[in-house]
Design a protein around this ligand. Structure first.
Ligand code: PLP
Length: 291
């Protein structure tokens, strides 16, 4: 079903699935919308963190422990926002197995799928079982966030439930956006190529910069998306750091605390090279002032 952005698809998926007292497992860090909605639905959110020390890979043992008969849904983001890491085929299959064992749904937000640096599309959750909902949209890889077009792919009864709620959220997508989305999707191949070109074109500048800052900033290089996630050791919280960056250097990045990961920073690198260059230089100046 077509939705008003991936965010509406995520909302409808959770609103139709989750009730007070259910448990929701959120693989973290994650796009915090799903965490917020589950909390708003009065579910008990259990976080299963990707292991930073192992390149932000999933801890399948921790997942097995967190999922039980009360778990209504497991929320994953594939490729992951904010780390840019990708679950392997084996990991995706194992997550599905864990969910199946308990009759749990999976909500896989795949809005970054197609922006892999390697050019090889990440394994999808789609088609792997009866209780899978995949969401996505045109905002990232297709570069068309203003159209507000997304989608939800799910078994028919889930879509029917979602349609009932959609009557009270946005009723229908904007007609003009639907027309433009069709035109865009006819050019899917070119748009995906464009996304990969942008990511790979900006990559050397980012990698160079990260190499020069490797004593202060630590990362696992992202495999997908024009985003990367660094940890740092400076004695300043991420919100205060980003606040200074905005006020003193007119540069905005995302503080890790927004992902419940303090002393981390998410840096986007998909902008035009000149802006990326001056943004990274601004971060440099701020970090130097903290040394
Ligand atoms: C993982 C993820 N899902 C969904 C969204 C929202 O996408 P949309 O603009 O399609 O609503 C974002 C936006 O940042 C995102 O990062």
């Amino acid at each position: 079903m077509i939705t008003t952005g991936t965010s509406e698809a995520n909302f409808l998926a959770l609103a139709t699935l989750v009730s007070t007292g259910d448990e929701v497992v959120v693989v973290m860090p994650n796009y915090m919308q799903v965490h917020g909605i589950a909390t708003g639905m009065r579910a008990r959110v259990r976080e299963v963190w990707l292991r930073e020390e192992h390149g932000w890979t999933i801890d399948l043992d921790a997942l097995r422990v967190a999922v039980n008969a009360r778990t209504r849904v497991i929320c994953v983001c594939q490729p992951n926002n904010p780390t840019g890491q990708i679950l392997s085929q084996g990991e995706v299959a194992e997550i599905v197995r864990v969910a199946d064992r308990h009759g749990t749904w999976i909500l896989a937000d795949e809005v970054y799928r197609g922006a892999e640096r390697s050019g090889e599309e990440s394994p999808t959750f789609s088609g792997r079982g009866e209780r899978i909902i995949v969401t996505g949209g045109l905002s990232k890889v297709y570069g068309l966030p203003g159209l507000r077009i997304g989608w939800l792919v799910a078994p028919p009864e889930r879509v029917e439930d979602a349609l009932e709620i959609k009557d009270y959220t946005t009723i229908a997508p904007a007609t003009i956006s639907e027309v433009l989305a069709e035109i865009a999707l006819e050019r899917r191949k070119q748009l995906l190529e464009r996304a990969r070109f942008l990511v790979n074109d900006r990559w050397p500048m980012l990698e160079d910069w990260a190499g020069g800052r490797s004593r202060e900033l630590h990362w696992t290089a992202p495999a997908a998306g024009a985003i990367c996630f660094f940890s740092y050791k400076y004695p300043i919280d991420s919100m205060a750091l980003v606040d200074r960056l905005i006020r003193e250097y007119s540069t905005m990045i995302v503080p890790g605390i927004h992902f419940r990961a303090e002393r981390h920073l998410r840096i986007g690198f998909g902008m035009v090279p000149r802006v990326l260059h001056s943004g990274l230089a601004a971060i440099d100046r701020l970090l130097t002032s903290l040394d």
